[in-house]
Design a protein around this ligand. Sequence first.
Ligand code: MG
Ligand code: MG
Length: 247
Amino acid sequence: MIEIKSENELKLISEAGKIVKLILEELKAAARPGVTTADLEQKAVEIIKKFSARSAFQGYRGFPGVICTSLNEQVVHGIPGNTRLSSGDILSIDVGVEKNGYYADSALTIPIGDKVSSSALSLIDITEKALYLGIEKAVEGNRLFDISNAIQKLTESHGYGVVREFVGHGIGKNLHEDPEIPNFGRQATGPRLKNGMVLAIEPMINEGGYEIEILSDGWTAVTKDRKLSAHFEHTIAITNEGPKILT
Ligand code: MG
Ligand code: MG
């Protein structure tokens, strides 16, 4: 069942969303060659503490990190550690927090240093554009897979692979609620969208094939062909003024 959130719940989710947004902005500014993914995590820890919030990821099914940091061919769920960023890398950062019982979730992919290839920059650019195209479809009366289809159409037109195993999701009192939001699907199908639904829309797009594998740490998802992958995510609410980004 897809929950309809009250005005007050939207306010609470957007409070969590503001913290997520701030963390991503700070980490984006801090992520440069020589910095480790553990350094970035430490910054996130400090901000989460300052706002008396809680990481949505740490401990979730045993995930060890406070945030997810996924480098180059890593798709999602990379664990922060001693890996040092180099010029030419692309880094996906995924942040989720809970504040006063409500969750928000957002991710972005950024180029590190000035040696990132133009093909990697295009992958980042198109994945972000696909997110915003999907968000535009999140209006009352549309169907859920209108969002999925918009993301799939744009990214596949560039020859990219749309990850199948991981999907977006409803969000609110839990990090993951109904519905599942695949990044592929047929237009004009799926549940009817209604005002008050809150969705985390998150295209995970591969430069090559869509197949992925999980590394031996049990978490890190990588592209099977080891080509690059990008990830963008926002938590949004469907409102009578259209889609509202809460992160
Ligand atoms: Mg996320
Ligand atoms: Mg998510």
